[in-house]
Each structure stands twice: as C-alpha cells, then as structure tokens.
Design a protein around this ligand. Structure first.
Ligand code: ZN
Length: 472
C-alpha cells in the first residue's frame, strides 16, 4: 500500500469507529440531562457553574482524555436583583421585562424612542433625537441572504454613542419570552438595559403611534469578583511541538434558563466527540486539544483567557473548531461558519462530500462566539452551529430566553453533531493536503476594521466582547 492509501485506510477505520461509538451511546444525552436537570443554569459566577466545571472535569477523566485540568481566571461577575418596567404615560401600567446582564443599577424615568431594528441606518435617521431618551430596539432577527443583523452589543453601543439614558431590547419571537444577553464583557455597562418579551415591545410601539410614551425603570444589580474555570484536556499523541487541533465549546449559560441548546448541548457534543476520538487515540496523527470554555455568555472571557495562555503554541494550531448551539432542530441541521478564512470554504465543502454528509459552509466575520479570540490571533477556525427553520422562529429562537430547556434538544441531533464534529477533526488531523495558513494579527485586525464591526472598534478601542485588560 502506498502512504496515501494507508492514510486513507486509517482515516476510514477511525471514522467508522467514532461513528459507531457515538451512535451506540447515550452518553451525550445523559450528560445534557445531568447538566440541565440536576445542575442548572451554569451562569458565570454561580454555584451551578462551579458544579458543572467539577462534573465536566470528572467526565473528561473518565472518558480517557489526557492532561485534564482546570484553567482558572478572574473577572467581575454580575448577578441580577429585582427589575421593574412601568409605562407612566399615556397610561400607568407595569409591563414584563428583565435586567440584561451587566446593566448597572438604576432608577430613572424617560421618554421612549423606537429605533426599529436598531441598525446603523435606523440610528442615522433619528440623529439628534436620541440623547436622554430610553431607546427601544428590536432584538436580533434572521438576516436574509447577503444581509446582516447587528448583534445586541452593537445596537446597545449605538444607543450609548447617541447619548441614550437607557436601552430596551425586545424579543422578536412571541410567547412572553423576555430576551436576555450581556451588555458588556465582564464590566458594568455604560447605561442600564432591560430585555423585553415581544409583547411588551409591541405594546409600547402601538402607544407611540398616538404620541409620546414615558417609562420608569428600576433595576438592582450586583457585581462581585469571581473566578471561573475552563476545563482542558487532550486526546491522541502527546504534544511534542508539532501541529495540533483544538475543539471547544462553552458550558456556561444565561441565568434565566438551563441553556440546553445554548450551550449545554455544545459542551456535551464536544465532550462526546472527544470521548469517541479517545477510542482511536493510538492512530490519531496529531493531538486534539479539548477546551470546555467558561463565561462565553459574559463576553467570551474563557476563550480569551485560553487563547492568551496558549500564546506561542497557537502558531502550531492547525485549526480551532468551536461548537455553539449545534443541536437546534433535528439531526443534520449542523452548519459551519469560518471566521476570516474564505479560502477554506471549498476545502470544507469537499470534506462534506468525502464524508457523504453535507454540511453547509460559509465564511463570516463574527465576533460573538468562542472562535473569535483565535480568529484575532490569525488561527484558521470555524464555529459549528445549526439553524432550526422548522420552529418558525427568528434570530436565536429559544436561545437567550427562559424557554431554552431540555425538551428542545433531540438526542439524535446530539449524536449527529458529535459524529460530525469528530469526523471533521479526523479529516483535519489526517489531512496531508491541509491548505490552511495562519494570518498575522495585523492582517486580521485590518480585516475586522473593514468589517461591519470596524466602527465599533474605532469608537470604543476594543472588540465588542473583549475583557478589559485590568479584569485579568
Ligand atoms: Zn452560545
């Protein structure tokens, strides 16, 4: 057999083994149940987050991962106090709302200004009218082909830049589901913000059609120093200074639900892929490092810390595969989004053909999941996610609402995503024709400066979700 044939045979053998392992196992779903039903929300700085870290450490060791260890880092945690939103004029009525994480405590009354989708052109249209007002913006939608929907942090930043007194963020999906999402990366946000269910937002918008609307908001917030832990491990040969792969997923979630889809599912998919790869560890051509990240929801803090600690080793990292919300809908919904590496799109499409398992691939410069700190460092990377079109929901769907619960997760989708992740990693590890080349930090920074978040970086001097240097 030629070298090439031997490699192909070894890859095929490894793929069959990991697929068989995953499709005959209930481990991923059992782990999801434990994380969500027994442990809870895993919010950054909470007891349940610590319990989840302990559980994942024990599981990683039990599954035969090597060098399993916690990686601790410090930051400022936020926890919610009571929040209350009342319309004071033209009617007097309390409406449903929750505090958005990292909102400062506040008590204020003001006139509401509706900015629609909160895009750049919406704010431009209202220039000069926003200062001192309470901005009401729609939450993220699903962008159409070739379009982009700004992230919450960008909409919020536009409100801050325009001198708004407060920020209201209304879900676009119905069902009295107040939407959440952090306003800042581990530091108090510039102005207070509340998340509203669609119904509260629509009510205010209807009232605005007949004249000014005033609201009073009262919110209490608690900030405290905290330490969280990434959980690290490795499968395959020891790291002897050659190329390696990194697969990761965040295990924290928002405090208003158990975050089954976002991202207990991603964490157990990542762990399941690692468990399956550990069964073929002796034939893996290179180490696969595994990182279960803490504090994604509060500004990618775990991933920033991990990338910083890897420092010089990152130059040897062939690829970072991040897994976030990859089990939405049924099995087979996975997709792959490269960040900063459009040239690799055809390569991954070809892997899909070779796997006989088509995964839609695109390149999009997104700053809002754990791949981003690695993208900034110029490492080829992608996030595996999924779209659940069947539910008829826009944007994050159930994500970031109280409805992100275990019943939304299909055990088969966990198996399909874990098998897809494991197979992608095998193809990358065995690739003799790997075309990925690192980019320089300067090159990536220049591309980000030209991207839709370029204005943000220019105005605020940091990426939308990036810890302040002083926060450690
Ligand atoms: Zn997530």
């Amino acid at each position: 057999m030629s070298g090439e044939t031997r490699t192909a045979a070894a890859l095929a053998q490894a793929e069959k083994a990991v697929i068989g392992e995953i499709w005959t196992s209930g481990e991923a779903y059992e782990n999801l149940l434990y994380l969500c039903d027994r442990i809870g929300h895993r919010w950054a700085g909470s007891e349940s987050e610590q319990a989840a870290a302990d559980f994942l450490l024990a599981k990683a060791r039990q599954y035969g991962l090597q060098d399993v260890q916690p990686q601790a880092f410090s930051y400022t945690a936020w926890s919610r106090g009571p929040a209350r939103l009342e319309i004071t004029s033209p009617v007097s009525r309390e409406i449903a709302a929750i505090a958005l994480p990292y909102t400062p405590a506040a008590e204020l009354e003001g006139e509401v200004i509706w900015v629609g989708q909160g895009e750049e052109e919406d704010f431009a249209r209202l220039e000069g009218q926003i200062a001192g007002k309470v901005v009401l913006s729609a939450a993220e939608a699903s962008p159409g082909a070739g379009q982009r929907s700004s992230h919450r942090r960008e909409k919020f930043a536009r409100a801050v830049a325009a001198g708004a007194a407060a920020f209201l963020f209304a879900n676009q999906n119905p069902g009295m589901l107040a939407v959440t999402g952090s306003l800042a990366a581990g530091f108090p946000a510039e102005i207070p913000g509340l998340g509203l269910p669609r119904e509260s937002g629509e009510y205010i918008v209807r009232l605005l059609r007949t004249g000014p609307v005033r609201v009073r908001l009262r919110v209490e917030s608690h900030f405290a120093p905290a330490t969280s832990r990434n959980i690290l491990g490795r499968v395959g040969p020891p790291d002897v200074g050659g190329p390696f792969l990194l697969v990761g997923a965040h295990y924290d979630a928002h405090d208003i639900a158990v975050g089954a889809l976002d991202n207990a599912a991603g964490a157990v998919i990542c762990l399941e892929a690692a468990r399956a790869l550990a069964t073929v560890a002796e034939i893996l051509p290179m180490p696969v490092r595994v990182a279960l990240f803490a504090c994604e929801e509060v500004g990618l803090l775990g991933a920033w810390h991990c990338a910083e600690q890897l420092a010089g080793d990152l130059a040897r990292c062939r690829f970072v595969l991040n897994i976030d919300s990859a089990a939405r809908g049924g099995p087979g919904n996975e997709n792959l989004t490269l960040c900063g590496f459009p040239d690799l799109v055809p390569y991954f499409e070809e892997i899909g053909r070779r796997m006989h398992y088509d995964v839609p691939v695109k390149n999009n410069l997104s700053a809002y999941s754990d791949h981003f700190p690695f993208a900034v460092a110029g490492v080829p990377n992608a996030t595996m996610g999924a779209v659940d079109a069947a539910a008829g929901l826009v944007g994050r769907g159930w994500g970031h609402t109280a409805a992100d619960t275990v019943d939304k997760v299909s055990p088969k989708a966990l198996q399909a995503s874990a098998a897809t992740a494991a197979r992608l990693l095998l193809h990358l590890a065995f690739a003799e024709d790997w075309p990925g080349r690192h980019r320089s930090r300067e090159d990536m920074a220049a591309e980000i400066a030209r991207s839709p978040i370029g204005w943000y970086v220019e105005k605020f001097g940091h990426y939308p979700f990036q810890p302040r240097p002083s926060s450690g």
